[in-house]
Design a binder for this molecule. Structure first.
Ligand SMILES: CC(C)(COP(=O)(O)OP(=O)(O)OC[C@H]1O[C@@H](n2cnc3c(N)ncnc32)[C@H](O)[C@@H]1OP(=O)(O)O)[C@@H](O)C(=O)NCCC(=O)NCCS
Length: 256
């Protein structure tokens, strides 16, 4: 299964005006309602990068990429965004996933599979209260493996397992509505893999996973990330320079 991964940095949202022009009315309302500038920038960049990545795949301008943001639980303008491909479109099998953490914004795109991407900045790991979060998020076996690490390494070890779990939940589109302590994944240095599903009856037939390098241009960002895709046994990752793509779009957007 081929998965395109695009990374950008929050600072790429500085050229806000051309990127804001890309937003549809639903996105614009959400963007305007976000109070904190950094959160606004991350949301804007996630929308822009999704549209740029999908526009390249569809062969259309990013502004013409039709997206749908409707929560299946409450009908609100959030949840996993989807490509609103018309019925019978050859692109009906396209799926994508957005993630942000601190300075990093990423998008994964795939065809013929549901994809999930999750990133966590590792620089912020020091501020993470692992002793509080881990018992809520990890299974007993995951917790035992985490506690085998020296205390100074536990925050980064936790984040590596956490991104693996979240990537799976985002590929399934269920997010954190699933009981986290009943989904078990492998921990590095083992390759990423689901070891046990919360409900075997609703488990997908296959879920391929890969840890992902977080690189924009020649810059490796201090972050850990995982991609997951349903119905596949292995992932082939194709890295794209999201910073270059966003900068190119912001400096010369196509004429209206
Ligand atoms: C989204 C979620 C899976 C991960 O959050 P996170 O690690 O803090 O944030 P990330 O930056 O990695 O991911 C956020 C992005 O995931 C996407 N997303 C949101 N819900 C999603 C879901 N159920 N499945 C997959 N992706 C989802 C969105 O693109 C979102 O970014 P955007 O809103 O700016 O477009 C988690 O916060 C969650 O489950 N939230 C929803 C909880 C819920 O269902 N509430 C009920 C609402 S009625």
């Amino acid at each position: 299964m081929s998965v395109g991964v695009w990374w950008a940095s929050l600072r790429d949202a500085r050229a806000a005006a051309p990127l804001t022009a890309l937003l549809d009315p639903v996105e614009r309302a959400r963007h305007e309602a976000i109070a904190r500038a950094d959160d606004r920038g991350r949301f804007l960049l996630g929308c822009a990068l999704s549209r740029i990545a999908l526009g390249e795949l569809l062969g259309v301008s990013p502004a013409e990429v039709p997206l749908r943001r409707v929560c299946p639980r409450c009908g609100g303008p959030h949840g996993k965004p989807r490509l609103a491909a018309p019925h019978g479109s050859p692109f009906a099998d396209v799926d994508f996933s957005v993630t942000h953490s601190g300075d990093v914004v990423g998008v994964a795109v795939a065809r013929g599979a549901n994809v999930g991407l999750d990133v966590e900045e590792t620089g912020s790991g020091a501020a993470l209260d692992v002793d509080t979060v881990a018992p809520v998020a990890l299974t007993d076996a995951e917790l035992a493996a985490l506690n085998a690490h020296p205390p100074a390494e536990r925050a980064s070890a936790f984040l590596r397992v956490w991104t693996r779990k979240e990537a799976v939940l985002k590929a399934l589109g269920v997010g954190l509505t699933v009981p986290l302590r009943r989904l078990e994944v492998s921990a590095p240095p083992l390759p990423p893999k689901v070891l046990s599903w919360p409900d075997q009856r609703t488990a997908p037939q296959a879920m391929a996973m890969a840890d992902v390098d977080v690189v924009t241009g020649s810059r490796r960002l201090p972050a850990t990330a995982t991609a997951a895709a349903t119905g596949a046994t292995a992932l082939r990752l194709h890295h794209h320079d999201g910073t270059a793509a966003v900068t190119a779009y912001a400096t010369s957007p196509p004429p209206p």
